[in-house]
Write a new protein. Structure first.
Length: 117
């Protein structure tokens, strides 16, 4: 299982007054990450259907080194600096995972299509 991609799933609550600013910053960084970081294979931003101010992020990285490199990019650092004052509480890590399906090869094959979203 160690050859699977590394996934992270976390949640963020946003103060209602800052919802739009949070979304603008988060969608922008998601688009940048997929197109500019070779080690990132998925980057989903989702909203809770019962709470419009709770957001979930699902990310898939080639490995721990790619996840670490992502957190060191100026895009991530700028995003975090922008959104941190907008939050209602702390970032909540829900799970760290390894992929079983799709395989690493499958994620790599899908990546070019993600740039068309």
């Amino acid at each position: 299982m160690s050859d699977g991609m590394l996934g992270t799933f976390f949640a963020i609550n946003v103060l209602p007054i800052h919802r739009k600013a949070f979304l603008d910053a988060s969608i922008f960084v998601a688009q940048s990450v997929i197109s500019e970081e070779q080690g990132v294979f998925q980057f989903h931003v989702m909203v809770d259907t019962a709470n419009p101010n709770r957001f979930y992020f699902y990310e898939v990285f080639r490995d721990e080194a790619a996840a670490h490199a992502h957190r060191e990019t100026s895009a991530f650092k700028n995003w975090w600096e922008t959104v941190q004052p907008l939050l209602d509480g702390e970032l909540e890590t829900i799970a760290n995972m390894r992929s079983l399906f799709p395989t690493a090869k499958g994620f790599q094959a899908q990546k070019p299509g993600l740039l068309q979203w």
